[in-house]
Design a protein around this ligand. Structure first.
Ligand code: KG4
Ligand code: ZN
Length: 350
C-alpha cells in the first residue's frame, strides 16, 4: 500500500510517500520559520500563501524521490485538522483535487493522532503486539496530552493541559527572554550552557486532592503551563539585569527544566496506575534532548519499551500523515473528495 501524505496545518508545508504505514520512501518539509520570525509567531495569512506557493512542487518532489507513478498510489492522505483553517484548506483542497483527478481514496487525518503515530515510522519498529497498549505523551506547539494508546489508531485521553501547551510555553518564554522563535530549539540551545537549578519556576497545578478532576479527567494527569510563563515574566521584571549579567542561559535552563519536570511528573503518575508495554512520545517538543533523556530514565525505571518519534518525525511532517492512513498496512476509511472539509478544532477524542 503506497500513500501520498500532505500536511499544511500550520507553518510547515510537507509531503511524503509512505509504504505500508512504516517505510518512508520520501519526505519533504518546507519550513516557513524565516517568514514568521519578524512577527515572533505564525501569521495565518503568510502561512496560507506560502503553502500555496510551495505545495505543488513538494508533491512532485515526493513522488519523484519515492520513484512512484501517480497510478501506483493507493490513497491520498491529508491533515484535516486541527490547525489554522486557511492553512489546512490549502492541503485539503490539493488532496481533494488529486483524489478526484486520479480517482483514488481520500483519507482525512487528525494531526494529533498522526503525531503519536510517528513513533511507529521506520523499518526497525517492533511489531504492534510488543508496543500496545502504550502510554503516549503528545507534546506539540498547541497540545499537551497524555493518552492510553490501545492500538495505532485507538486512544483514550487520560490528561491534558488546562491552558497553554508545553510548546506554547516554550515559544512564549523564548519571546520574553528575547531569544527568538520558535522557542523550543532556542531555549534548548541557551540551556546547554545554563544551570537548571538557578531559579525554581512553578510546575503548574500544585499537588492537591489526588482524586480531584478537571472536567472528566483526573487533575493529577493534567498540566498547566500558563503560570510558568507568568512567573518568568515577573522574574524578568524583578531582575532586569538578567539580559546583561550573563545569567540568561541559567534562566533559560531553569525554565526548560520546569517544563520538562512538569511533563515527566504527570507521565510518571499515569505509569504508576496503568499497566502498559511501552512509553511513547511525539510532537515538536519531543525533539528536546532533556525531555528525551528523562523519558528514557522513566521508561527504564518502569521496565517499559520506549518509542520517541525520530527527531525528523517530531515536528510537523507528512510521513506521519501518510503513515497513520495505512497503519498496520490497512487503509483507513476514505471520504468523498466532494464533501471533505477542514476541521480546525479537531480533538484527540477516540
Ligand atoms: O508539533 P509541532 O511541530 O507543531 C504543532 O503541531 O504545534 O510543534 C512545534 C513546537 C513549538 O512550540 C516548538 O517550540 C517546539 O515544538 N519545539 C521544541 C523543539 N523543537 C521544536 N521544543 C523543545 N525542544 C526542541 N528542540
Ligand atoms: Zn504538529
Amino acid at each position: 500500500m503506497i500513500v501520498l501524505g500532505i500536511e499544511t496545518s500550520c507553518d510547515e508545508t510537507a509531503t511524503a510517500v509512505v509504504e505500508d504505514g512504516r517505510k518512508v520512501r520520501s519526505q519533504f518539509i518546507c519550513s516557513q520559520i524565516a517568514q514568521h520570525q519578524p512577527f515572533g509567531g505564525v501569521v495565518p495569512e503568510i502561512a496560507a500563501r506560502a503553502h500555496v506557493e510551495v505545495l505543488p512542487s513538494l508533491i512532485e518532489q515526493a513522488m519523484s524521490e519515492a520513484d512512484v507513478d501517480w497510478d501506483q498510489l493507493d490513497a491520498i492522505a491529508v491533515t484535516a485538522g486541527p490547525g489554522l483553517s486557511s492553512s489546512l484548506l490549502v492541503g485539503v483542497t490539493a488532496a481533494k483535487s488529486l483524489a478526484l483527478r486520479l480517482n483514488k481514496p481520500l483519507i482525512p487525518v487528525n494531526h494529533l493522532e498522526a503525531h503519536l503515530y510517528a513513533v511507529l515510522l521506520g523499518e526497525d519498529v517492533p511489531p504492534a503486539d510488543e508496543i500496545f497498549p502504550a502510554i503516549g505523551l503528545l507534546v506539540s506547539g498547541g497540545h499537551s496530552c497524555l493518552v492510553k494508546m490501545n492500538n495505532p489508531r485507538s486512544f483514550n485521553l487520560l490528561g491534558q493541559t488546562l491552558d497553554d501547551a508545553a510548546g506554547e510555553a516554550l515559544d512564549k518564554g523564548a519571546c520574553l527572554l528575547k531569544l527568538g522563535y520558535p522557542g523550543g530549539p532556542v531555549i534548548e540551545k541557551a540551556a546547554l550552557h545554563g544551570n537548571p537549578h538557578f531559579v525554581r519556576f512553578p510546575r503548574g497545578l500544585a499537588a492537591g486532592d489526588p482524586t480531584a478532576t478537571s472536567g472528566t479527567l483526573p487533575r493529577a494527569y493534567c498540566f498547566s503551563f500558563s503560570g510558568i510563563k507568568t512567573a518568568l515574566r515577573y522574574y524578568l521584571e524583578d531582575n532586569p539585569t538578567t539580559f546583561t549579567n550573563g545569567k540568561l542561559n541559567d534562566v533559560a535552563a531553569s525554565y526548560q527544566e520546569a517544563i520538562v519536570d512538569a511533563l515527566i511528573s504527570r507521565t510518571k503518575k499515569v505509569l504508576e496506575k496503568e499497566h502498559v508495554r511501552c512509553l511513547a512520545c511525539g510532537g515538536g517538543v519531543a525533539r528536546n534532548k532533556l525531555l528525551r533523556k528523562r523519558l528514557a530514565e522513566l521508561a527504564e525505571s518502569h521496565k517499559l519499551r520506549l518509542r520517541i518519534a525520530a527527531p525528523d518525525f517530531c515536528t510537523d511532517n507528512a510521513a506521519m500523515v501518510a503513515g497513520i492512513a495505512c497503519a498496520d498496512g490497512i487503509l483507513q476509511p476514505a471520504v468523498s473528495p466532494l464533501t471533505l472539509d477542514v476541521s480546525p478544532q479537531l480533538r484527540l477524542t477516540r
